[in-house]
Design a protein around this ligand. Structure first.
Ligand code: CA
Length: 172
């Protein structure tokens, strides 16, 4: 219930240095902006999992999710072939990372040590900035109580530097 599903979004990551739990990492294409974001995420104490076994569950269609109750962020890379092994990042993967990091900020905005996540701005004012595709996805794939969280995430997820600054602002 507190698991914020990311249906059509995206993410990021890194090399072995970023995610200690990622064995046999093969990724070598993480740009400095996304590397900094990954490091900021890890620095919050939130657990960042790249391609955990849940990504390969038969009913999983999500590219990533953020679980406010557990302070856990998951990215399922498009080209992952086996659990716990990071591969080179695609643009979509980086999108997922940025998107889920905004959800982390929404969690942190009301304190990380609980299961709540709230918008930290006036999300209704952001709706005109969203594409029709985003609006359609939000209205059709998310329960109404998550609309604000999704609008905010999809609006703010565009640049790694923006998201990194939000993480630092709300968590430290
Ligand atoms: Ca939390």
């Amino acid at each position: 219930m507190n698991k914020i599903a990311n249906i059509a979004l995206t993410a990021l990551v890194t090399t072995t240095a970023l995610v200690a739990t990622s064995r046999g990492a093969e990724a070598q294409n993480v740009d400095p902006g996304h590397m900094a974001l990954g490091q900021a995420i890890v620095s919050t104490g939130v657990q960042l999992k790249i391609n955990p076994k849940e990504c390969f569950a038969g009913d999983n269609t999500a590219m990533g999710w953020y679980w406010a109750a557990k302070n856990e962020m998951v990215v399922c890379q498009e080209n992952a072939t086996r659990a716990n092994t990071e591969v080179n990042w695609t643009a979509e993967d980086f999108d997922t990372l940025r998107h889920e990091a905004v959800h982390l900020v929404q969690d942190a905005s009301v304190g990380l040590d609980n299961e709540s996540a709230e918008t930290f701005g006036n999300w209704k004012s952001l709706v005109p900035d969203l594409s029709a595709d985003h609006v359609y996805a939000i209205e059709n794939f998310y329960p109404q109580e998550q609309w604000g969280l999704e609008v905010e995430a999809r609006t703010l997820e565009t640049e790694p530097e923006i998201v990194t600054n939000l993480v630092k602002k709300f968590v430290f």
